[in-house]
Design a protein around this ligand. Sequence first.
Ligand SMILES: C[S@@+](CC[C@H](N)C(=O)[O-])C[C@H]1O[C@@H](n2cnc3c(N)ncnc32)[C@H](O)[C@@H]1O
Length: 280
Amino acid sequence: MDSDSARRPEPAGEPVTARIDTTKPHPARRYDYWLGGKDNFAADRESADAVSEVFPTVQLAAVENRNYLRRVVAYLAGEAGIRQFLDIGAGLPTTGNVHEIAQDVAPESHIVYVDNDPIVLLHARELLNSSAAGATAYLDADLRSPQDILRHPDLLKTLDLSRPVALMLVAVLHFITDDEHPYRLVRELCDALPAGSYLAMSHATNDYLEAEDLARNAAANQRSGVPFQLRSSQEFARFFEGYELISPGITAITNWRPEVYRPHPRAEAVSMLGAVARIP
Ligand SMILES: C[S@@+](CC[C@H](N)C(=O)[O-])C[C@H]1O[C@@H](n2cnc3c(N)ncnc32)[C@H](O)[C@@H]1O
C-alpha cells in the first residue's frame, strides 16, 4: 500500500469541531501542555496544574515517556523486525511520531493510529504523512470498544492481521479504571494478533508513593477531572501474563534500554512503568 492510499479521517455525521468541548479537560490536550505544545485550553491547563501540585515532576514524566516510546519503536522496528504497528491512545502529533521512528528504520512500515479525542482527529493529517513505501491510517475510535478498532475497514486496509503487529498502549491504560475492565480489553486486542506480535506499554504507577502521598494523589486526580488509575508493578504485570517479556522486563520507563550517553532521571521522579513482550 502506498501513501496515496493512506486513509484521511472522515468522521460521519456532525463536523469534528462540534465534538470538541474545550470547557472540560482531556488527557491528549493536557499531555500536549506538559510537552510544551499549543493544542490545549484553560480547562486542560487547570487540570494539569492540579496534578503538578502533588506530582511536580509530571512534565518530566511526559518527556521521558516520549523518550521511552521512541526507544521502544526503534527496538521493535529494528531488532524485532516488526513492520506493522497499532498505536492506541496515539495522542496529538508531536516530534517523533511512531510512523516517523518506524519508517526511519523500515520505510515500508504500516501504522494505524487510534485516539478518542476529536482534537487529535483534527490534527491527524500529520499522522498520515507516511513514507511512499509504507502506509498510515487514523481511526477515531475508543480503546474500550476493541472490536470497533479491529474490524474497522481502514485498519483492515492498512494492517494484515495474519502477520505480526506491535500493539502500542503507551501511557493510555491508566485512563481505564478497573470498572472498565482494562485487562479484558488488552487481552481482546492481543488475542486478535498472530503469534510473533508484540505488546508494548507504559503506565503510571503508585510503586514509589507512600500511603500519605497516595491519598493526596487520588484527591488531585479527582480534582483534575480526568479519571485516572495508578497501578503497582504487580498489577501492571497482569497485562503481560502468558507473554514473553523482552529484557529488561517490567521496569521504570527510564531504565528500559536507556541510551548510555544520556543521563536519565530517577525512577521516582517519573513514576511510570514500561514493558515490551512477545505474544507467543
Ligand atoms: C498521555 S497521552 C499518550 C500519547 C502517546 N501514546 C504517548 O505515549 O506519547 C494519552 C492518549 O490516550 C488517549 N485516550 C485516553 N483514553 C482513550 C480511550 N478510551 N480510547 C482511545 N484513546 C484514549 C488520549 O486522548 C490521549 O491522546
